[in-house]
Design a binder for this molecule. Structure first.
Ligand SMILES: *Cc1c(COP(=O)(O)O)cnc(C)c1O
Length: 401
């Protein structure tokens, strides 16, 4: 029977060289635990990059996928299908939105949002302001919206109509508003650039600017939506409501799905033929998403996420107090938390991740600055304790050497 090294070698021999993968071929998972081809167990605080919010192979989601796969897998959007309708109804009932467009990824959800924002405004208004440090996807338009030039290199010319405001600087944003501006696009908390929450005051000021200049406000909640911060959507805690919102990652707990949600008046700019996708909202992914959303919205689920989030944040704050020379701060909301390394320690970030991987803890390194903690939302206090112990042990080991 072939194990890890054999599978890793075969994969490296044929797959596009787009990822610096860890040397493990994962074969199964349950809850917060993954198992590789050598039968090694890992405590997973990556969750497929904020995707498997209910943990691996959650029974309700697996049952929904299996049942739907035996009934109807795909019909296209030339027809209605039941899971898609039920899911849209659930999202509309639990959010600011009245209309939902389903697609297959985060980048596609943002593409839909960008197209809707351009079409919904007066002719000629097409420019979108996003923030420096943002991440909105890898398609050409979402790459142009992404406020990190390192992702742009080698892909010129990028689509026009995107400008980036300096993070946290409301005046800098206002200065960019011109006659062609149609929308502001931002993440309520920037995940990829190092778990950077936007303050409530900042988001409120952005909303006010949008209202004053008649711009649409688009929230990219692809990473922080679907319960990650302790409410179904992250912005619910911030008292700022967008006009358009995008979801993906955790939406179907691992099946590829994105969604764009919008207010009725804004969504009305899309008419038959405006936008489309063949697979979007197909019955199997929609059934998985429906089971996921129902689980998240069940009584006590989100309050437990908030409690676990505080528990994790408290534990990380203790680490910051214990290693003040290496750690700057802990920041995040709910169960997306970041441990920010001090500048001198940042080059060691990836080796910390690799060391922890060898110890059986999966973490990711975000923005070149921050150890990012994204456990499944079903993580137990004991699993958080175990992760914190492993991280503390890694620090003391790396510090003494
Ligand atoms: C992951 C992510 C995206 C892109 O989603 P894909 O499914 O990889 O296309 C966009 N925005 C944010 C905030 C993300 O975290």
């Amino acid at each position: 029977m072939s194990g890890n090294s054999e599978w890793n070698r075969r994969g490296d021999g044929v797959l596009a060289n787009t990822y610096a993968r860890m040397s493990a071929t994962m074969v199964r998972g349950s809850g917060c635990i993954l198992v590789d081809a050598d039968d090694r167990e890992y405590l997973d605080f990556v969750a497929g990059i904020a995707v498997c919010n209910l943990g691996h192979c959650h029974p309700a989601v697996t049952a929904a996928i299996c049942a739907q796969a035996g009934k109807l897998v795909h019909v296209s959007n030339l027809y209605h299908s039941q899971p898609q309708i039920e899911l849209a109804e659930l999202l509309v009932a639990n959010t600011f939105a009245q209309r939902v467009f389903f697609c297959n990824s985060g980048a596609e959800a943002n593409e839909a949002a960008i197209k809707l924002a351009r079409k919904a405004g007066p002719v000629g208004k097409h420019e979108i302001i996003s923030l420096s440090g943002s991440f909105h996807g890898r398609t050409l338009a979402t790459l142009a919206a992404t406020g990190q030039t390192r992702f742009h290199q080698g892909f010129a010319p990028l689509p026009q109509g995107f400008v980036h405001a300096p993070f946290g600087d409301i005046e800098g944003l206002e200065n960019l508003i011109g006659p062609a501006t149609c929308a502001v696009l931002c993440e309520p908390l920037q995940g990829e650039s190092g778990v950077r929450p936007l303050t409530t005051e900042y988001l409120k000021a952005i909303r006010q600017l949008c209202d004053h200049h008649r711009l649409l406000l688009i929230f990219d909640e692809i990473q922080v939506g679907m319960g990650r911060t302790g409410t179904l959507l992250a912005h619910e805690q911030l008292g700022v409501v967008p006009d358009i919102l995008t979801l993906a990652k955790g939406l179907a707990n691992g099946l590829p799905m994105g969604a764009m949600l919008a207010r009725e008046e804004v969504a009305a700019a899309f008419t038959p033929g405006s936008h489309a996708t063949t697979f979007g909202g197909n019955p199997v992914v929609a059934a998985a998403a429906l089971a996921t959303a129902r689980t998240i919205l069940a009584p006590n689920f989100l309050s437990t996420v908030r409690a676990r989030g505080r528990y994790l944040a408290d534990g990380l704050a203790q680490l910051v107090r214990r290693y003040p020379a290496k750690l700057e701060e802990v920041r995040g909301r709910g169960l997306i938390q970041g441990l920010v390394l001090r500048e001198e320690f940042r080059p060691a970030g990836l080796s910390i991740i690799k060391h922890l991987f060898a110890q059986g803890l999966l973490l990711s390194f975000a923005g070149g600055t921050t150890l990012r903690f994204l456990p499944p939302l079903v993580v137990s206090a004991a699993e958080i304790d175990r992760a914190l112990l492993l991280v503390a042990a890694a620090f003391s080991e790396l510090l003494s050497s």
